[in-house]
Design a protein around this ligand. Sequence first.
Ligand code: SF4
Ligand code: SF4
Length: 294
Amino acid sequence: MTNSTDHAAWLESIVLDFINSSPENNMQNQTNESAFEEPLVGFSRGDDSLYQAYKLHVGSFHWTPHEIFTLSFPDLELRPEELTVISWVLPQTKATRADNRKQSTYPSERWARVRIYGEAVNVKLRKHVVAVLQEEGYQAMAPMLSPHWEWKKSEQFVFASTWSERHAAYASGLGTFGLCDGLITPKGKAMRTGSVVARIKTPPSRRPYTDHREYCLFFTQGICGRCILRCPVGAITEAGHDKLKCRQHLKPTTADYVKSQYGFDGYGCGLCQTGVPCESKIPSKKDMEKYASL
Ligand code: SF4
Ligand code: SF4
């Protein structure tokens, strides 16, 4: 590896090869279907000022890349600018999205499988990226897998975690937030996201937006709100996302359903991520038209 641009292509290929080729990418159903389609990968610098801003917007407990990295490697002395956040988006498959679009209260089986077994793929991907970097001599860690990672009470958001994958993805140019709190990416909002922090120089990805809600039609054009209608428990309103209502639906309601109907311990919903114009793309006013009569 000779320069930082090579690093970007190399890091992207690690994520893409794993999801596109590894048998680990499966949702553990009878046909071992892939859990995810081709990922998006982005990078942000360890000293990006957004990570400091998250202390105001998310909570003072939200780590900067430097904070969690030095917590993980306490003997290291390094500057924030030596670090890169490698962030990815794992889009739900066409079949999973189509199934969940038909649901009105509970998750489809594919969706529930991806919530549990797909997230297990995401965990393996985080470990794989860390292992490949370490084999090549770069220190790396996954914040979500850190024993220090935890949920905290947040004045503004009721609860929030010490590392938000969606915020890392936003900083890495991968998408902006929607009315329902999901991240709208070029491959839509029906996705899962992950990240690794590494001591490696990589050019940051361009953020093709200036506002954190730029891709949501409700905030930019005053239209849509389709996710409000999709939520079975009224957890999304014009005022935003009620995390408590949402969580109460996930557990125990959907957990009981998944166990009794699909036969495994799981939960999920994602109705606000499917059957909406931002499901698999950055939506336009025209995309909204087909929902007008529904
Ligand atoms: S469904 Fe509409 S209002 Fe809701 S996040 Fe997507 S674009 Fe925004
Ligand atoms: S995940 Fe389900 S319960 Fe939560 S906001 Fe979305 S639609 Fe509502």
